[in-house]
Unconditional design. Structure first.
Length: 359
């Protein structure tokens, strides 16, 4: 084969990858296929991409490697399995049964998430609380029949909030009367960890997982360089292609929480979103409008992105400094400033005013 022909084929493959990775633009974090020169192999460029609707969100997975097609099949099956198990929108899911009956023996998957959630409830001083479910129901976020509750209604469900009252041991969970759990703040991160494990099983060279606002970068890009992950601009959420900054990263989860992901506007024109401050029962309004966590664990990143959104900038910074977990944050505040923790200094580019949170 002539050198010219080889170059043409390589360019064609690069274009294909740009198209495949470009389809992440409707998510909170998006991954660009912009690429630098670097080592490439036929194996890396064997790719397969899937769009899936599950867990109440649009998802895209892209696999690179000789087993790309088989890995994508297995990943799609796994997402559907987890959706059936965890969705509070499905009456026969394991979590719905737990919420309806008040107690249940649960699967290994649910047990891993509930165990992590209960630990994080303690560590975040209650900011991450899966027992927020009755509040979600009251606002109509579970049924999409939205309603602004009265103070009286809120007070009656706030009595049920508090993960410390969930009794959990082995595979058995018991709730107090009227309590319920909602894994919506952690399940997508757990799912992306599971998909990463599948990618490893299938020997993929690299892969991208985008589940709603959650991106998991498996390995580096097929050409060996870092992925460029765009964080959706919360000040311009109706233009998903607009990003507030771009992070260069590999082999990690990049998970963003934002009010724009799910919200409704009341008759008097006020917008209410789905990230609840468990102390008040109201959507969290503590100055943060977008919170991104970067860590190896998708499950941790998912839970913490929700938690730091609730905490606000000062408490989130203090939490990061004292936490035993290994993670970094990108926080945007309502005055249009961005704060990153020092581990991301140099790898996050933005045109907004940028501040570095130091240890
Ligand atoms: P995320 O998009 O990851 O920030 O998660 C938001 C989802 O987590 C909501 O749709 C609820 O299902 C759930 N949730 C809301 N507030 C909280 C909270 N304070 N702690 C734990 N889960 C929450
Ligand atoms: Mg979350």
């Amino acid at each position: 084969m002539s050198l010219k022909l080889k170059t043409k084929i390589l360019i064609l493959f690069m274009c294909l990858i740009c198209i495949l990775t470009g389809c992440f633009s409707s998510e909170s974090s998006s991954v660009s296929g912009e690429t630098s020169s670097g080592p490439s192999s036929a194996e890396a460029f064997h790719s397969c991409s899937r769009d899936i609707f599950a867990m109440d969100t649009y998802m895209t997975i892209t696999c690179y490697g000789v087993n790309a097609e088989a890995a994508a099949d297995a990943a799609e099956a796994e997402i559907k399995r987890l959706d059936d198990l965890l969705s509070v929108g499905k009456a026969d899911s394991e979590i719905s049964r737990l919420n309806n009956e008040g107690s249940a023996n649960i699967s290994e998957d649910s047990a891993i998430m509930i165990r992590e959630a209960l630990e994080l409830f303690e560590e975040t001083d209650g900011a991450f609380d899966i027992a927020v479910y009755p509040v979600m129901v009251l606002w109509g976020f579970t049924s999409h029949e939205y309603h602004v509750p009265t103070q009286e209604e809120l007070e009656s469900v706030l009595k049920l909030v508090g993960s410390d009252r969930i009794v959990f041991s082995g595979d058995s969970v018991r709730l107090e009367n009227g309590q319920g759990v909602d894994l919506g703040g952690i399940a997508k991160g757990y799912a992306s960890d599971r998909l990463s494990a599948i990618f490893e099983e299938y020997g993929l060279v690299s892969g991208l997982i985008s589940l709603g606002g959650n991106v998991q970068l498996y390995g580096a890009k097929p050409d060996g360089s870092s992925w460029r992950c765009g964080i959706r601009d919360p000040l311009d959420p109706d233009s998903p292609e607009n990003v507030c900054g771009v992070l260069s990263a590999e082999n990690c989860a990049v998970i963003t929480s934002g009010a724009y992901e799910r919200n409704f506007t009341s008759e008097d024109g006020i917008s209410y979103h789905h990230i609840i401050d468990p102390r008040t029962g109201f959507p969290a309004e503590n100055g943060i409008i977008s919170s991104t966590i970067v860590s190896e664990s998708g499950m941790l990143a998912d839970a913490l992105s929700t938690a730091v959104y609730v905490m606000g900038l000062d408490n989130a910074s203090e939490f990061w400094r004292s936490s035993a977990h290994d993670f970094d944050m990108i926080l945007m505040t309502d005055d249009g400033e961005i704060y990153i923790t020092e581990g991301l200094d140099g790898s996050f580019k933005t045109s907004y005013p940028l501040h570095v949170i130091k240890q």
